[in-house]
Design a protein around this ligand. Structure first.
Ligand code: G6P
Length: 500
């Protein structure tokens, strides 16, 4: 439990993320549903809500009129949430624009096309980003009480630390980045690099998944500021910030949720059905948000290469690819969907390359592609029956799908094999429990698929045991507790410095 300076009340943790964990929707008959959102952060924090007094502030996912806002706010409050409402034009410019069309690609090492400089097209979006960050700060201030801990998440809200520090100089502020922090050589191209980095330096603690991201952040500080910087901290007192602690706190999952789910009769039945459906064929599984940095086209092409190299496998395996639709209003995501659809079968040429060429009447096409989300139970069943999981992210902050796959393989006589991109943060934790690939090297991945399918049971077990041990020790709960512990320490260090 977090200690409070004022003993009369239990301290709150204000979790501030772009998205609320619940998604309000109204059907044609006017009935409301409040579904739990998918995504790593939601599952990670769901498990710790019982332990901490927590209020979650975030955007409810759509623009609502005044009557709807009351309904949404009432329901959200019952779930310990505080909605931050944004108008449609701000959603377009801040969320679809600056956050997901400028920061997201850049933080994943994708530079703007040279015929469309980011500077030129994004000034309005930057203003909207500032505005949205101000709105989030106002929302925090309306629920904040002295000594609360404010835990800000991700690239959407990087200006909040400074706005908040200016309003509440003693506030306990932590920020965690769920994406990579890119090399300083990439970060420095951002026209608003200075404002963003200086704002972050108004937090007490900055957390990253892996040491490389922390290192890149500190290199950017060295190049862009004249502050005193050590291996794990930055002295930002001269710019109105504090002595900022920087820490590596890798996220995890709640493996027990999956293990318990697998025991449900309906999940067991679903597993049996899937075994029947794919009888005689090995299942290679891909589960990703439909995002260009997940490398889905690279995966499909590598699978095509594998079948070309080993045509005898064409009717003995199937690639099941689930692509969960995401950020549909951003043009790059629409383009990706068209590209993937073509690769999977709409285009005669690629059908020949991947599906048509290797399909047989008896078994059908070797790629089963679904553009949809799935219930946690169905997902667990699919993870369980898969003989191989294929993760080919071109860049990924962590990638918890790989953790979920490992959890759901547990207890099988012959566990499945994880093929994992070396560009995912998870490669640093599960690397020794997987076959690591460079997803840009299609032959390399094609070979890894073959290696995984042919791997003997002893080696599979050794890889799985290593990965499962890591996944079960580094849980979501541990991540959240460690972050909050570090935040508390960072804030008490500050008190010591200022009271001297
Ligand atoms: C990534 C981001 C999260 C985000 C999630 C889903 O994991 O780091 O902050 O919530 O993608 O994306 P969305 O845009 O739908 O919230």
């Amino acid at each position: 439990q977090l200690q409070t300076k004022h003993s009369h009340r239990r301290q709150k943790v204000l979790v501030v993320a772009n998205r609320l964990p619940t998604k309000p929707k109204r059907d044609a008959d006017g009935n409301w549903t409040f579904e739990r959102c998918s995504g790593g952060l939601v599952s990670c924090l769901a498990g710790i809500r019982a332990k901490f007094d927590m209020v979650w502030l975030g955007w409810p996912g759509a623009d609502f009129n005044d009557v709807e806002k009351d309904i949404v706010a009432n329901e959200a409050m019952k779930q310990g949430c505080y909605p931050v409402f944004l108008r449609q034009n701000l959603i377009d410019e801040y969320y679809n624009g600056f956050a997901n069309n400028v920061l997201w690609p850049l933080f994943h090492y994708i530079m703007p096309p040279f015929d469309k400089g980011v500077n030129e097209c994004s000034t309005g979006q930057w203003e909207a980003y500032r505005k949205a960050n101000e709105i989030f700060t106002e929302a925090i201030l309306s629920v904040y009480e002295d000594d609360d801990y404010v835990w800000i998440h991700d690239y959407h809200l990087m200006l909040v630390p400074k706005f908040l520090r200016e309003a509440k100089p003693d506030c306990n502020i932590g920020w965690f980045l769920h994406t990579p922090f890119p090399s300083a050589e990439i970060y420095r191209t951002l026209p608003w690099r200075q404002e963003i980095i200086e704002s972050l330096l108004h937090a007490n603690l900055l957390g990253f998944h892996v040491y490389d991201y922390l290192r890149h952040f500190l290199s950017s500080c060295v190049q862009l500021t004249s502050l005193e910087i050590s291996a794990h901290s930055v002295d930002a007192t001269s710019i109105g910030g504090c002595i900022v602690t920087c820490a590596t706190v890798p996220i995890g999952i709640s493996p027990d949720e999956f293990l318990t789910g697998l025991q449900k009769p309906e999940v067991k039945q679903q597993i049996e059905q899937l075994h029947e459906q794919y009888a005689g064929r090995k299942v290679i599984l891909g589960i990703d948000r439909l995002d260009y940095m997940k490398g889905i086209p690279h995966k499909l092409m590598s699978f095509g290469r594998f079948l070309e190299n080993h045509p005898d496998w064409a009717d003995k395996c199937v690639l099941v690819q689930l692509a969960v639709p995401s950020r549909r209003d951003v043009p790059e995501y629409q383009r990706l969907q068209r590209q993937v659809h073509e690769l999977v079968g709409d285009s005669a040429e690629v059908r020949r390359q991947i599906s048509g060429k290797h399909s047989s009447i008896a078994t059908g096409v070797p790629v089963i592609y679904m553009d949809s989300s799935m219930s946690p139970d169905d997902l667990s069943a699919l993870y369980n029956v898969a003989d191989v999981a294929l993760i080919t992210s071109l860049r990924d902050g962590m990638n918890l799908v790989s953790y979920e796959y490992i959890a759901c393989q547990h207890g099988k006589t012959v566990p499945g094999v994880l093929i994992l991109s070396e560009f995912a943060g998870a490669a640093q934790s599960l690397g020794a429990g997987s076959i690591r690939v460079n997803p840009w090297h299609l032959q390399d991945t094609a070979h890894a698929i073959y290696e995984a399918l042919m791997m003997g049971s002893e080696e599979r077990e050794a890889l799985h045991d290593y990965a499962f041990k890591y996944v079960s020790e580094h849980t979501a709960q541990k991540w959240a507790e460690t972050f909050l512990q570090c935040l508390q320490e960072a804030c008490s260090d500050l008190m010591e410095v200022t009271s001297q």
